[in-house]
Design a protein around this ligand. Sequence first.
Ligand code: PLP
Length: 493
Amino acid sequence: MKYYSTRGNGIGVTSAQAIKQGLAQDGGLFLPESIPALQKDEIDALCKMDYPHRAAYILGKYLTDYTEEELLEDCQNAYGERFVGGTAPLCTVGELNLLELWHGPTCAFKDMALQIMPRLLSRALKKTGETREAVILVATSGDTGKAALEGYRDVPGVRMQVFYPVNGVSRVQKLQMATQEGSNVCVTSVIGNFDDAQTGVKNIFSDDAIAETLDKGGYFFSSANSINWGRLVPQIVYYVSAYCDLILQGKIKNGESMNVCVPTGNFGNIFAAYLAKRMGLPIAKFLCASNSNHILTDFLATGTYDRNRDFYTTMSPSMDILISSNLERLLFLLAGSERTTAYMKALKETGRYTVDADVLAKIQEEFYGYYADESQTSVTIQTTYEKEGYLCDTHTAVGVYAANTYRKETGDTTPIVVASTASPYKFAADVFASLCGKRPEDEFSALALLSQLTGTAIPAPLANLDKKEIRFDPDAAIKADTMPQNVLAQLGL
Ligand SMILES: *Cc1c(COP(=O)(O)O)cnc(C)c1O
């Protein structure tokens, strides 16, 4: 199966090449030439499998230049022991079904993709005859950096350096990164804010002289962005898996529909669910849940995507996004490459675009947009805990709010699967404040307070953070303009 750009340049590449390359040459995103089918009897068979086997089976339909054995080995290594308490368990919470995607090493759903993608990349380097090592640079405002570090640590043929703003991440996030293990990864704090770190990384990527130095030293730059196909395809799996679990739990029969609700930022997670539907998984509606940065809610209502608006810092920071990059893939499937290219050009030049009426009509047949502001998010955390005894994190709460609102508004009783995207302990201070009305003084103490209050256990990866050895001193922050020398020095160049 070949992969093509959403911008229509016509150059087909293998899945290994698409994963290695990240972005297509014309700036578009890769999609397979056709979407493979998933039949009803295959779903019956998947019901009998564990998660790694389900994953290897679905990945095999897309990554046709990887062997069955390779995919199974990678899925077992990615989704086995590193997920404590189940890989993507489906929990009943009142009328809803919460798909817990956060039992991996960093306690957030990014692990579902970032535990497997580096393994796929490592194989892609061999499959494409690459002799150099891949160097991945990441600028992070917190969650992605840690998940990427855990995913890429000790992966052969890959080096990684993560930059974070020294005063722009939470104490827990800083400790998570400072104590990172792995011989091929390093973490550097940068003086300034996230934009300074991000701009620094972008400048390095586009510097031809640095690229040449790397090449001579046997390295090249690759990316771990959420637009990489290698991050998207593993996300299709857990929607199929959730459907199987609904069948196994006796909530639906094979062939009946479910709805899916996703707390959304970059549109990657919800788009993976859409691909599952296009394969044949019976999903009726997609509920797209946003926080106060509700650019997607507005888009789904009006057909106009407009990023000329205020940006809010919320308690669900991983959804504080004004450019939902993966939306481009949906537009391509519904509008074709020519119109998609025009929309993206308008977005770049004016910060906005409006899709044609036929495209909007198609989107609105299946997608419903909702958003929860800060107080609605807090109240949802509180009422979900009081009524159902279930503790949700700030991002998941946005999804629960959307799912409840949809049920009330429409009376639709189709079972809803809500993506639960982070452990409540990852955002303990805001979760605690939502339950008790007062914020703990120090963010780290919030973990213990939340545990005492609810009688639930702090997940192991977060529990002993303050006792782990510091490997990368957060106080040794560098100036953003010295990032290039720092990268070269780390590589011994
Ligand atoms: C990244 C993230 C999201 C948003 O997912 P997208 O694929 O960007 O839409 C939601 N919740 C959490 C906890 C995340 O880390």
